[in-house]
Design a protein around this ligand. Structure first.
Ligand code: ATP
Ligand code: MG
Length: 407
């Protein structure tokens, strides 16, 4: 019998309360999916999913009776989020898919653990564990696949992809995380065959999986395989052929400097450095405004180098500057560019409108204009203070006074 290794999170007060609230004569709810898989691999566990044969409305009433907050986050699919002692748990009633159309499933609730396991994607994602005894339940050989690092669909890969095309992206994501470099050719062919139908998925689901791939420690190999199998074509036709190579270079640079570029930077490696194209993609994939702005800022850093990186950082933030350096500087310039940012704090522009009014300028639009000129010059001169800044201020105030006299 396989047991979950001992871990603090298994003894948290929140988990104990939820388990007690959902215990039946047949036993407690079971941990499932990522928490079981990651804990068997000795990785840290953050998200905890539980499965239970109790029907969703009963889950809610039992949790509430135990003074646990219950939120019906995905009630159509039987998912309730419990918030107990400050911890969050996703609790899903056992289910089977009644019908699927490649995008979403109609589900029926079930009392059969094996049936619930069968509708999951990969064998190593379909492991369950008793949160009290730690006993692991494996219906499809997931434990062995975990040991041999074999990412395998439950059942026939093509059929499982037909049910839900998002599983194509999930395949590459989990392959990069747990696949140990081995690729199952049947799964790969099924992914390539199913890819053209991916656009029927909700854009948010595509974007979320895509960004999870970009956020992996090293998505390089997964991205290369995706490119070779035409996976990007369906939702990212702008994908450039050199993309995987550019991404590989970025990741090597990250590793060399012990840095981690944002998932947005990684995505940009795969696309033309063009703000209009980035905007079009952001619209298509319904990316957040934040991400859209980050993409535009990074693309604006195309000609970044050690000499202008602080100015770029002043306008776009340190993180964006660091990422732009990793993306766009030449090899010989990168260390110098990064050292410009190390131990450097973005200074605050110290000159206020009142300061230059005190020097004789009349309040009004000219003040704002002059302040802007002083600021630009201050940035261009490397953010000086003291006499150097004073000289810049005097120069622009004098020019503004002269111009206003002429008018
Ligand atoms: P992560 O660490 O990335 O959160 P996870 O395994 O918890 O990994 P989730 O996306 O949170 O992944 O999904 C939880 C579980 O739900 C999975 O382990 C899997 O059993 C099941 N699952 C999620 N999405 C699908 C899907 N599209 N098709 C089939 N099963 C799925
Ligand atoms: Mg999860």
């Amino acid at each position: 019998m396989t047991q979950l290794p001992a871990a603090d999170w298994l003894h948290s007060p929140g988990l104990a309360r939820v388990v007690t609230a959902l215990k039946t004569a047949q036993g407690p709810p079971r941990l499932v999916g990522g928490a079981v898989r990651d804990s068997l691999l000795g990785l840290s566990v953050t998200d905890i999913d539980l499965a239970t044969p109790i029907l969703p409305d009963q889950v809610i009433s039992r949790l509430e009776a135990a003074q646990i907050k219950a939120v019906p986050t995905g009630i159509d699919h039987g998912t309730v989020t419990a918030v107990a002692s400050g911890e969050t748990f996703e609790i899903t009633t056992l289910r089977r898919d009644v019908s699927t159309d490649g995008r979403r499933a109609t589900v029926a609730f079930s009392e059969d653990w094996r049936e619930d396991a069968a509708r999951r994607d990969f064998t190593l994602n379909a492991l369950y564990a008793d949160p009290v005894t730690g006993e692991v339940f494996d219906y499809f050989g997931g434990l062995n696949d975990l040991k041999t690092r074999h990412l395998r669909f439950i059942g026939n890969a093509a059929d499982r992809i037909d049910e839900d095309h998002l599983r194509i992206l999930r395949y590459f994501r989990f392959l990069a995380r747990f696949g140990g470099g081995k690729v199952n050719s049947e799964a790969l062919v099924a992914c390539a065959d199913g890819a053209p139908k991916m656009m029927a998925l909700s854009r948010e689901r595509i974007a979320s999986e895509l960004m999870k791939i970009m956020d992996l420690t090293d998505p390089g190999q997964a991205v290369r395989l995706m490119a070779e199998n035409g996976i990007f074509q369906a939702f990212l036709p702008e994908f450039i052929g050199q993309g995987p190579q550019i991404l590989k270079r970025l990741i090597e640079r990250e590793q060399r400097h012990s840095l981690r570029a944002s998932s947005t930077s990684r995505l940009l490696c795969l696309l033309p450095a063009d703000v209009q194209i980035a905007d079009k993609i952001a619209m298509r994939l319904k990316l957040s405004n934040r991400m859209r702005k980050d993409m535009a800022a990074l693309i604006g850093g195309r000609s970044i180098c050690a000499d202008n990186i602080r100015a770029f950082a002043f306008h776009n933030g340190l993180e964006s500057a660091r990422d732009a350096a990793l993306l766009f500087t030449g090899d010989s310039d990168l260390p110098a560019a990064l050292s410009q940012l190390a131990d450097w704090k973005i200074p605050e522009f110290p000159v206020k409108g009142g300061d230059i009014i005190a020097k004789g300028l009349t309040a009004g639009p000219v003040v704002a204009q002059t302040i802007k000129e002083i600021r630009d010059s201050w940035i261009a001169h490397g953010f000086p203070a003291g006499a150097t800044l004073g000289a810049i201020v005097d120069q622009y105030v004098a020019a503004a006074l002269l111009a206003s006299k002429k008018e």
